[in-house]
Design a protein around this ligand. Structure first.
Ligand SMILES: C[S@@+](CC[C@H](N)C(=O)[O-])C[C@H]1O[C@@H](n2cnc3c(N)ncnc32)[C@H](O)[C@@H]1O
Length: 313
C-alpha cells in the first residue's frame, strides 16, 4: 500500500487525543502479542545489558529512555539486579491491563532462563521475585516493589530529582523518534549524569518506518525512501507526534558522542531485512545538511538498525 495512505491516517489520528493509542491497536490484535512483547523486550533488554561489564553486586541505578506501552524492560532490569530503575517517556502509555497480561509470561521457561542466566540472583531467587511481581495487581504496588520510578511526561530535571548519578542508560528503538535538538540535550545530560566508566546502550532503527511490516506496509519503496525528501515535504507528511522520525544515520550519533566527549565502545550495525537499495544520488541535500562533517553517502544507508555502546571516560 502506498506509504502516503498510512501517513495521512497517522496525520489525522495525531490530531485526536487518543491518536497514538488508536494507532497502536492493530499491533495488539495478534493473539500472541503479549507473549511476543514480553519475550522481545526481555531478549533486547538482556542483549543490550550483555554488551557492558556492569558489576551489579554494588547498588546500581538504571535509566530507560522511552518506556512505550510495556514495563517489561524495567521489570527485567530489576530482576537482573539493578536496585533502582527510572523509566521515562514523553507520554504515559503503560496500562495496568497490559502489565497484568505480560507479567504472566515472566516465568515462561524461555524468558525465565534468559533472566536468571544473566542475573545476580539465583534461579530460585528470580522465581521468588517473579512470584511477588505476579501478586502485584496494580502499577503502584509493582513500582514500589521493584523501586521503579515511571516518569511520563518527563523533564531532565525530574530525573535528577530522582537520582543525581546514573549507572546505566538504555533505549530501544527510541532515539530515531527524537529531534536533533533534544538528542543534543540528551547526550549532554548523559555526559553530566552517567557515572565514570559506566555504560549507555541505545538500539536505533534507521529505516523509513513506512516500510515496517503490517497491513499498511509499502513494499514497493526502499527502506531508506524517506531520505529522498526535503525537510519541508517530510514535515508535511510525517512531522506529527505519531509518525515523526529524525531520518538520521549512525554517523550522527557518533558525531554526538564526539561533541559531548563520550567514548564509543562499539557500534554494531545490522541489516535485518531484505535490502532495497536507494541510489545515493537520490538523497536530498537537506539530509546531508544535518551532519557536521562531509558525510559519505553510502554511510547513510549502510545499516537498517544498530546498537551504540558508549561510556563516560
Ligand atoms: C517505538 S516506541 C519504543 C518503545 C519501547 N522502547 C519499545 O521497545 O517498545 C518509541 C517510544 O519513544 C518515546 N519517545 C519519543 N520521544 C521521546 C523523548 N524525547 N524522550 C523519551 N521518549 C521518547 C515514544 O513516546 C515511544 O514510547
Amino acid at each position: 500500500m502506498n506509504w502516503k495512505i498510512k501517513a495521512l491516517l497517522q496525520k489525522v489520528l495525531s490530531a485526536t487525543k487518543l491518536g497514538d493509542n488508536l494507532n497502536h491497536i492493530p499491533a495488539t490484535l495478534n493473539k500472541k502479542y503479549n507473549y511476543n512483547t514480553t519475550l522481545y523486550q526481555t531478549h533486547e533488554c538482556i542483549r543490550k545489558f550483555s554488551y557492558c561489564n556492569i558489576d551489579l553486586s554494588l547498588k546500581k541505578t538504571a535509566l530507560e529512555i522511552g518506556t512505550g506501552y510495556s514495563l517489561i524492560s524495567a521489570i527485567v532490569l530489576s530482576l537482573l539486579g539493578f536496585q533502582k530503575i527510572i523509566t521515562i517517556d514523553i507520554t504515559k502509555d503503560v496500562r495496568v491491563s497490559t502489565y497484568k497480561k505480560q507479567k504472566e509470561y515472566l516465568d515462561h521457561p524461555e524468558i525465565l532462563k534468559l533472566i536468571y542466566s544473566n542475573s545476580i540472583y539465583t534461579k530460585i531467587e528470580v522465581i521468588n521475585r517473579i512470584n511477588k511481581i505476579k501478586e502485584s495487581n496494580t502499577l503502584e504496588t509493582l513500582l514500589k516493589l521493584l523501586n521503579i520510578k515511571y516518569i511520563a511526561p518527563y523533564t531532565f530535571e525530574d530525573i535528577l530529582k530522582e537520582h543525581k548519578q546514573i549507572d546505566y542508560i538504555s533505549s530501544q528503538v527510541v532515539l530515531e523518534h527524537i529531534t536533533p535538538k533534544t538528542l543534543n540535550k540528551l547526550f549532554k545530560f548523559t555526559k553530566e549524569t552517567i557515572s565514570k566508566g559506566q555504560f549507555c546502550v541505545h538500539t536505533i532503527n534507521f529505516i523509513d518506518h513506512f516500510t515496517n511490516p503490517g497491513f499498511f506496509q509499502d513494499k514497493t519503496i526502499s527502506e531508506f525512501n524517506f531520505l529522498k525528501y526535503s525537510n519541508r515535504f517530510w514535515r508535511f507528511w510525517a512531522g506529527n507526534s505519531i509518525a515523526y522520525t529524525n531520518r538520521l544515520s549512525y554517523i550522527y550519533y557518533i558525531e554526538l558522542c564526539k561533541k559531548y566527549n563520550l567514548k564509543v565502545i562499539d557500534f554494531i550495525g545490522e541489516n535485518y531485512k531484505l535490502r532495497k537499495e536507494l541510489r545515493p544520488e537520490l538523497i536530498h541535500q537537506d539530509i546531508l545538511n544535518k551532519y557536521d562533517s562531509n558525510v559519505n553517502l553510502e554511510d547513510l544507508t549502510k545499516y537498517q538498525r544498530g546498537t551504540l555502546i558508549i561510556s563516560n571516560i
